[in-house]
Write a protein that binds this ligand. Structure first.
Ligand SMILES: Cc1cc2nc3c(=O)[nH]c(=O)nc-3n(C[C@H](O)[C@H](O)[C@H](O)COP(=O)(O)OP(=O)(O)OC[C@H]3O[C@@H](n4cnc5c(N)ncnc54)[C@H](O)[C@@H]3O)c2cc1C
Length: 404
């Protein structure tokens, strides 16, 4: 049995991802944002983990048959994110951004550009970023207003992207911009195209800001940034489907990160409730808190199962939009609740800076917002439910019509 396990590339990667010692975890949490991000990326690169964010066909990890060679395994990414988020939000975000920022290049870039960039992303030598959101375009990407105007063989990009993870650290951005039509309305998504833009392009400026939990993020402005047509990703006007295809591939792993944070919160709660005594007995002797633990674990396991099911279906190439939306909605909401309970169990310590549960409470919150808010997941689910009827559960099929 053992030799077979040794041959499983994901199992080997999970062992490497597991070795986050407490000292390194605390060091990452104490560093400034950029230093923490760079240190986290170097840690991932040393263990060859960034390779799991890039298809094997372009220098990424051989998945041992988990998915097609020209794709990224959602199961692998999800397992790794569960593991990394358990220890550090920064390790988690630096891994996933390598994939989120480069996937549209893997799908839509020229062979030359892919060969130049993707193997370096897989080694953690180039840092990737993904630019969809704008001040006027968040949940509704049809509102994207950043324009690309044709200029000979080049395009000139003008506009503003905001809430861009890795802004300022990134060696390149894959961005969604308007090549025709106008923002908004029913046809707003038709004239959008994706481009690959180097981070040091003339006319590209970054302004950083801080969010609730440490996360390298900022606003990127394009002032006539010149991009050759060879750096167009996919078809003219095919940008929205490329961007949504990227989100469809990576969204399940957000649910996985939520599970990682939540599992850690549960472990911290259990330890504290057993250790801390009040009214002459351990907190864990109180039925109200025991019930809390039971419910936290039930929600966590349900979230993990939904996440694994979505990941498996995606890797097998099945239609999985509802599985993905369910996993992201449930896991991120459940993880927020679990982190909140864990903080409450710690009393005053729960809000003390430097405590693990205080960090988890902040780390988990943004997951309900990025890569499609909880409300957007509900819109996806309700639309499918109303048009196709309820899912049959584990069979993942429509239910038979009920007799009247
Ligand atoms: C930490 C972090 C990292 C991020 N990283 C990136 C990145 O790397 N690249 C990138 O492009 N973007 C990134 N984002 C942006 C993120 O994807 C957007 O914040 C998200 O899509 C929501 O858009 P918005 O903030 O404009 O909110 P809005 O779309 O303005 O929504 C505001 C609220 O209204 C709700 N709402 C909107 N429409 C409806 C509706 N029809 N029905 C019901 N409710 C609705 C939303 O659910 C939300 O609660 C990041 C955000 C965060 C917080």
């Amino acid at each position: 049995m053992e030799p077979q396990r040794k041959q499983d590339p994901l199992a080997r990667a999970m062992v490497r991802a597991h070795r986050v010692d407490a000292g390194f975890e605390a060091e990452l949490a104490s560093l400034g944002e950029d230093e923490a991000a760079r240190t986290a990326l170097a840690w991932l690169a040393e263990r060859d983990l960034c390779a799991w964010a890039v298809p094997a066909a372009w220098g990424g990890a051989e998945t041992g048959g988990l998915c097609a060679a020209d794709d990224v395994s959602v199961r692998a990414l999800s397992d790794l994110r569960m593991q990394l988020a358990y220890s550090s939000g920064m390790l988690d975000v630096m891994l996933v951004m390598q994939g989120l920022g480069s996937y549209s290049l893997a799908r839509g870039g020229s062979d030359e550009l892919r060969a130049l960039v993707l193997p370096a992303v897989a080694k953690g030598e180039l840092v990737a970023a993904f630019g969809l959101t704008e001040p006027g375009a968040g949940s509704s990407l049809g509102e994207v207003a950043t324009r690309a105007e044709r200029d000979g063989d080049d395009w000139l990009l003008t506009g503003t992207k905001t809430f861009i993870s890795n802004a300022g650290l990134a060696d390149f951005y894959t961005v969604l911009v308007r090549t025709s039509g106008s923002p908004g309305g029913r046809d707003g998504g038709d004239g959008l195209t994706m481009f690959f833009v180097p981070g040091d392009a003339a006319g590209l400026e970054v302004e950083r800001f801080e969010v609730l939990a440490p996360h390298p993020i900022g606003t990127v402005t394009f002032d006539g940034v010149r991009v050759p047509d060879a750096q167009r990703l996919g078809e003219l006007g095919g940008g929205l489907s490329l961007a949504l295809g990227t989100l469809a591939r990576f969204r399940t792993s957000v649910a996985a990160a939520a599970c990682g944070f939540a599992r850690r919160a549960l472990v911290e709660s259990r330890a504290h409730l057993l250790r801390r005594e009040q009214f002459g007995k351990p907190l864990a002797a109180n039925q109200a808190l025991r019930f809390d633990l039971a419910e936290m674990e039930t929600q966590l396991v349900a979230a993990e199962l939904l996440t694994r099911r979505a990941a498996k279906r995606l890797d097998k190439g099945h239609e999985a939009a509802r599985d993905v939306a369910r996993a992201k909605l449930f896991a991120t909401e459940a993880a927020s609740w679990i982190a909140d309970r864990a903080l409450q169990h710690h009393g005053g310590l729960g809000v003390k800076r430097g405590e693990v549960v205080e960090r988890l409470y902040r780390d988990v919150r943004a997951l309900r917002i990025y890569e499609g808010t909880s409300e957007v997941q509900k819109l996806i689910l309700a639309k499918a439910l109303l048009s196709d009827g309820p899912d049959r559960g584990s069979a993942g099929q429509k239910s038979a019509p009920r007799p009247h």
